[in-house]
Design a protein around this ligand. Structure first.
Ligand code: NAG
Ligand code: NAG
Ligand code: NAG
Ligand code: NAG
Ligand code: NAG
Ligand code: NAG
Ligand code: NAG
Length: 550
């Protein structure tokens, strides 16, 4: 089922298809992106050209107050890995105390780790990042930002929590303005300090004001009051940074914005952020019918915050994540659904997480992060197949300034992260890289037509490969999107009218098979039949990808 089987091949494939700087909407170095702003729902550079955020969260807010992993691998290599995995941005987390408590900020890395009993980690930092061991925590944080800059990686500074430590629970005293450890003055002060400190760092393009507001004290009136204050505080110190506002209830909801916007003294800098994990969908992914659940949670996502795109505001899906090993069936279902939504809405996003492990988390030293794109020892990707799947959403499908082409359709297959293309050699339908820009038209007559060719996709007998043909009036050339997910492409076999769905076989060939996971069938796995029809106006970025035609 997994496309190319050897991880070497996948990496080769990824790096050839995405040569540095063509990856993610930054076809230029981020140093040249310069100042970003918003233009209706898009984040754009100074030329009005879309910059799509394809970020990884990198935690630096736990007890050691250091970017994770400096004990495991050299900082420069980690930054290089972020880039080579196709991310153009890091959401770097920090706690208030890094900014406001000199007793913390001035600790050296060595001292900070040793005070927590993490002697092995300190010794390992001495091996992997000797230049950092004797730096203060604030200096080390700056080193991370400047190293990312060298690798053309944008940074969003995310205020995750007040007191250094794992985040977030409803009752940790860090959840909402006025909670035991959430002093609003101190928070404003910390935002100002960080905004000013990184005012001249050209790769720090935004600040997210507070992660996952939550808990018994949360209320809408205080949200507007303090978020507006925080936004103005950042802006006063750093007028070029995007100001990113998180919602209530662990950033699962921004519904209150539907009727009332925030009021700020400045324009063109405001972005909202929303979080979405499979485990927040109430166990539905384990127990429910995947087509029903995906349809339902996609709709819920629009109501929770997706509507802001329609209203003309950028929405940054700043945390989603899954067990990247593929060991959690609920997460696996969720991921395919998430990818289809992220592709369709062409979201800006940040995955949780970059880190393969933590110095210490919730009392456990060297804890493995199964949601981490890097392995426990930070030496390699945890799962190269996973990287291939998300690579499809790392480049923008559309947006201002990217292309002069008119919109066309792309047929995206979230389970593989590939798209339906025409094989350049034998002219057959085939799955291949979404970077190939195959232009389809899903017509009002339900044909899937290769644009400007008159060829449409036609089903043969069940379990046989589909083909291209010119008889676009036949039963088996009409494709209906069915079930709540609207991701099953069903058609009828010409000979006897039985209904089949587009699918892939174990060799990734495009076939039809009996439709899976229809409502009445209950819990089952049918994501191989999920196809998302997405709008795009991507252009060939280079003739390079053509050379690699499948
Ligand atoms: C780190 O701390 C240990 C114990 O205090 C000390 O022996 C060592 O010299 C320190 N290393 C640096 C680089 O400061
Ligand atoms: C660490 O830095 C301090 C102050 O900058 C310096 O006095 C000390 O010698 C350094 N320690 C090591 C082991 O480099
Ligand atoms: C931040 O940088 C801008 C230029 O981009 C400058 O005008 C402003 O004075 C700086 N603010 C601070 C607090 O350094
Ligand atoms: C849809 O999602 C909502 C919110 O999570 C849930 O309450 C409802 O039961 C779900 N409906 C179905 C049909 O799964
Ligand atoms: C679109 O066309 C204009 C005018 O011909 C040209 O200046 C611009 O570079 C084109 N944009 C892209 C993204 O190709
Ligand atoms: C598809 O083709 C129809 C005409 O057949 C055209 O009106 C429509 O704009 C096309 N849509 C796309 C997405 O190419
Ligand atoms: C139609 O033919 C297929 C074989 O191509 C067979 O599996 C299926 O049962 C037939 N359906 C009907 C409704 O006769």
């Amino acid at each position: 089922m997994n496309p190319p089987s050897s991880s070497f091949l996948v990496l080769l494939y990824l790096s050839l298809l995405f040569p540095p700087n063509t990856i993610t909407g930054t076809s230029h170095a981020t140093g040249e992106v310069g100042v970003l702003s918003s233009s209706s729902r898009w984040i754009v550079d100074q030329n009005g050209r879309r910059v799509k955020l394809a970020c990884a969260n990198w935690a630096a807010h736990l007890e050691p107050v250091m970017a994770e992993g400096l004990d495991k691998h050299p900082l420069d290599d980690i930054a290089g890995a972020v880039r080579s995995m196709g991310f153009n941005c890091v959401r770097l987390t920090w706690p208030d105390y890094l900014a406001t408590k000199a007793s913390i900020a001035s600790l050296t890395v060595n001292e900070s780790l040793r005070r927590l009993g993490l002697v092995d980690s300190a010794d390992a930092v001495a091996v992997n990042n000797p230049q950092i061991l004797n730096r203060t925590l604030m200096e080390a944080f700056k080193d991370v930002v400047s190293t990312l800059e060298i690798h053309n990686i944008m940074v969003i500074l995310d205020n995750q929590i007040s007191i250094p430590g794992w985040c977030c629970s409803k009752f940790d005293g860090n959840g909402f303005f006025g909670d035991e450890y959430f002093d609003t003055d101190e928070w404003i002060e910390s935002l100002k300090i960080m905004a000013a400190t990184f005012n001249s760092s050209s790769n720090v393009i935004g600040m997210s004001l507070r992660n996952e507001l939550r808990g018994p004290r949360q209320n809408v009136a205080d949200w507007y009051r303090y978020m507006q204050m925080g936004a103005e505080a950042v802006h006063s110190m750093n007028p070029t940074a995007l100001v990113i506002l998180s919602g209530l209830d662990f950033d699962k909801t921004l519904t209150f914005l539907y009727d009332k916007q925030v009021e700020l003294t400045f324009k063109g800098k405001l972005v909202f952020e929303l979080h979405w994990y499979g485990f927040s969908d109430g166990g539905d992914w384990e127990n429910g019918n995947i087509n029903v659940v995906c349809g339902n949670v996609s709709k819920n996502m629009l109501a929770r915050g997706g509507f802001l795109l329609e209203q003309g505001w950028p929405l940054f899906l700043s945390e989603f994540g899954v067990d990247i090993r593929g060991n959690n069936p609920g997460d696996n279902h969720f991921l395919s659904c998430f990818l289809s939504v992220a592709a369709e809405l062409d979201l800006d996003w940040a995955i949780w997480a970059l880190q393969g492990s933590y110095y210490i988390r919730e009392g456990q030293p060297n804890l493995d992060e199964t949601y981490g794109v890097l392995s426990w020892d930070w030496s390699k990707p945890r799962n190269t197949n996973f990287l291939q799947r998300i690579s499809a959403i790392q480049s923008p499908f559309q947006g201002p300034g990217l292309s002069n082409r008119s919109l066309y359709n792309v047929i995206f297959h979230p389970l593989t992260g590939l798209c339906v293309l025409q094989n350049k050699m034998n002219r057959k339908p085939v799955l291949g890289s979404c970077a190939e820009y195959e232009a389809w038209n899903y017509t009002s007559g339900h044909n899937l037509v290769l644009k400007d060719s008159g060829l449409c996709l036609i089903a043969e007998a069940e379990d046989n490969e589909v083909k291209f043909g010119t008889n676009c009036e036949s039963l088996s050339s009409k494709w209906e999107l069915i079930t709540d997910s609207q991701m099953l492409l069903s058609t009828k076999i010409n000979s006897n009218g039985s209904i089949v769905c587009l699918d892939i076989n174990p060799d990734n060939n495009l076939i039809t098979s009996s439709c899976k996971c229809l409502v009445e069938e209950g819990s089952c796995s049918g994501e191989s039949q999920w196809f998302k029809i997405v709008y795009s106006n991507r252009e060939e970025s280079s003739s390079f990808s053509k050379l690699l035609s499948v």
